[in-house]
Design a protein around this ligand. Structure first.
Ligand code: COA
Length: 262
């Protein structure tokens, strides 16, 4: 399957959809159209049973995504600013966090502002050695508006998040690894393959169990929910799935499970 967009490339390989933000001459900055296209690509992939995981990366050697498109919001007023943030949360950042399939960020260069927020909305992040990550919004007189104030603290702890946001300093890949912002650091040419390796493992597991695990892990970060209670309910529900029956049967028969996916 290959869908064609203006600012986003998609490529399906072995059940893994690779989405590439493709505005290299603007360092893949997220303008409105790119947000729409990313949302559409993700929506389409959500219903494709054959797609088991998503990898998001940036076009070219230099940038993952260098932020929201500064030129596009430069003359916004207060209500337009609020709308920009709310729409982004809804269409991309919360959407990815709560996506039913694992989403992996392949951070292949600059991930700044909205770019780092995009990577942080993903379920895990891998970076190439040249990657640089930061939330430089205060240099523009704004704050992170796509979840960065919340997710950076969840990933690196409150103290480091404060430092990064108020100084606008960037982290290199090694530092990001040390602080738990990325799971692995690779050479640039190995980044996608390492992401694909993880995605391949995901593809072998129960899709229903993975979808449920994503929901329950996220519940713990939602103040309206009690993660432990959600876990009890969702754990119980798993016993009614065909994947559970197959998984346990396969174990007892000493063979690999072939999950039906429901
Ligand atoms: N929004 C819009 N355009 C952007 C952009 C962004 N966030 N980031 C980069 N670009 C554009 C530049 O304007 C430039 O366009 P031009 O060639 O038409 O002038 C092009 O991408 C290349 O960027 P440039 O700044 O020339 O590259 P560089 O190597 O000198 O610097 C960065 C790289 C990442 C340090 C620099 O582009 C930067 O600071 N970008 C903004 C990062 C930011 O503040 N993001 C948070 C936004 S909320």
């Amino acid at each position: 399957m290959t869908m064609t967009y203006e600012n986003v490339l998609t490529e399906l390989e072995n059940g893994v959809l690779i989405i590439t933000v493709n505005r290299p001459d603007k360092l893949n900055a997220l303008n409105n159209r790119t947000i729409e296209e990313l949302h559409e690509a993700l929506m389409e992939a959500e219903n494709e049973k054959d797609i088991r995981a998503i990898i998001i990366t940036g076009s070219g050697q230099k940038a993952f995504v260098a932020g929201a498109d500064i030129a596009e919001f430069s003359d916004f007023n207060i209500s337009q600013g609020r709308h920009l943030s709310a729409t982004g949360h809804f269409k991309i950042f919360n959407f990815i966090e709560n996506y039913s399939k694992p989403v992996i960020a392949a951070v292949n260069g600059f991930a700044l502002g909205g770019g780092l927020e995009l990577a942080m909305a993903c379920h895990m992040r891998l970076a190439s050695e040249n990657a640089k990550m930061g939330l430089p919004e205060v240099t523009l007189g704004v704050i992170p508006g796509y979840g960065g104030t919340q997710r950076l603290a969840q990933l690196v702890g409150k103290g480091k998040a404060f430092e990064m946001i108020v100084t606008a300093d960037m982290m290199n890949a090694e530092e990001a690894y040390k602080w738990g912002l990325v799971n692995y650091v690779t050479k640039q040419e190995d980044l996608l393959n390492k992401c694909k390796e993880i995605a391949a493992k995901i593809s072998l597991r129960s899709g229903v169990a993975i979808k449920t695990a994503i929901k329950v892990i996220n519940a713990g970060y939602n103040k309206q929910e009690n993660g432990y209670e959600v876990e009890i309910e969702e754990f119980g529900k798993m016993f009614g799935t065909a994947d559970f029956k197959e998984g346990v049967k396969a174990f007892l028969e000493k063979r690999k499970a072939n999950f039906p996916g429901n």
